[in-house]
Structure formats: C-alpha cells, structure tokens
Design a protein around this ligand. Structure first.
Ligand code: GDP
Length: 183
C-alpha cells in the first residue's frame, strides 16, 4: 500500500483482486463499479487489466486499484504476480451455476497461498437477478462466508444491485485495518 501527503491531505492506494471461475461476471462487476457499464456478451481478452477508483473516507482520498484476471483463469493460470500486494479480494461465484460455488474453496486456497499479507475478503454471489434459476441459496453463501470469516453479499452486475456496496465495503475494511503507512 502507498500513502503520501500532498496539499489536499493524505492519499492511499491499494490493490484489490477479483477472482472466481470463468464467466461468473468478474469483468462486468468491475465495469459496473468503475464505469457504470454492463456488457451482455463481453469477451475477455487475455492479460491482466485494472481500473482505479477513488473513494473519500474521513476526508482522505482512498484509491483502489482493482484488478481483473481478464480471462487467465480459463487456462487455470492465474499467476502469483496477479495476487502480489493485494490487500483485498472479491471471491465471486454465479448463483445460477453450482459448480462455480463448489470452486470457492479452491480459490480461497490459491489466494492464501499467494498473498503476502492479511487480505480483506468478500464472498460475492453474482447474478442475483437470475433468482428464477438459482442453484445456490442465500443461506449457503452466508454460511460459507461465515465459516471462512469473510463478508458476504449477493450482487447483480446486470441491474447494479449491491455492486458499489460490495467494493466499498472491502475498500473501507482495508482502510480501517491499515494501522501503519508505507511511503
Ligand atoms: P468473467 O469471465 O468472470 O469476467 O465474466 P464476465 O463479466 O465476462 O461475464 C460472463 C457472462 O455473464 C457475460 O455474458 C455477462 O453478460 C454475464 N453476466 C455478468 N454479470 C451478470 C449478472 O449480474 N447477471 C446476469 N444475468 N448476467 C451477468
């Protein structure tokens, strides 16, 4: 994490990663949050991309650099560099696809293996607009999150339900837990 002083006060910058199986909606969660856009037929390009969002907390400018795997996970090849330096993570499944929920423990293991610090983690059940074809109950999501000591939220990148809330909760948690500043 970086922090520096300037005329407008302190600034913070930290990295957040979004992980989860292919097509759970990671890219769309990010574009919904960063640009308030949604793509029905988005096709991820290979590589790593990030967007920076600024939030004001306690009169301080807090910048979150939010990284998207941009399709790397299709080849089971999310590299350790992707995780390096992350202070927060959104771990995403699709509430209409059971297999994506079953993969969560594997993603949590991977995050743990590659992270070098305590990571503020949120379990995200995306596509809650697809309630009519739901394959994972809210209770199951909640209970997994509780057992792992993570936050939990169901979101929809399509209709924007809880998207800002989810990112901002993670950003605030990181901000609150940072007790020392690194220049
Ligand atoms: P990624 O591979 O995890 O980055 O997933 P994408 O963001 O590329 O989304 C995969 C597909 O799911 C796309 O066709 C999106 O339009 C769709 N999608 C993403 N989020 C939602 C959502 O909240 N609701 C619905 N119904 N579809 C979504």
């Amino acid at each position: 994490m970086d922090s520096s002083d300037d005329e407008s006060g302190e600034e913070y910058l930290f990295k957040i990663v979004i992980i989860g199986d292919s097509a759970v909606g990671k890219s769309n969660l990010l574009t919904r949050y960063a640009r308030n856009e949604f793509n029905l037929h988005s096709k991820a390009t290979i590589g790593v991309e990030f967007q920076t969002q600024t939030l004001e907390i306690d009169g301080k400018e807090v910048k979150a650099q939010i990284w998207d795997t941009a399709g790397q996970e299709r080849f089971r090849a999310v590299t350790s560099a992707y995780y390096r330096g992350a202070f927060g993570a959104l771990v995403v499944y699709d509430i209409s696809r059971r297999t994506t929920f079953d993969s969560i423990p594997r993603w949590l293991d991977e995050l743990k293996t590659h992270s070098d610090t305590t990571v503020a983690r949120m379990l995200v059940g995306n596509k809650c607009d697809l309630d009519n074809i739901r394959a994972v109950s809210v209770e199951e999501g909640k209970s997994l999150a509780e057992s792992e000591g993570m936050f939990f939220m169901e979101t929809s990148a399509l209709d924007a339900t809880n998207v800002n809330k989810a990112f901002e909760m993670v950003i605030r948690e990181i901000y609150n837990s940072v007790s020392r500043k690194v220049l």
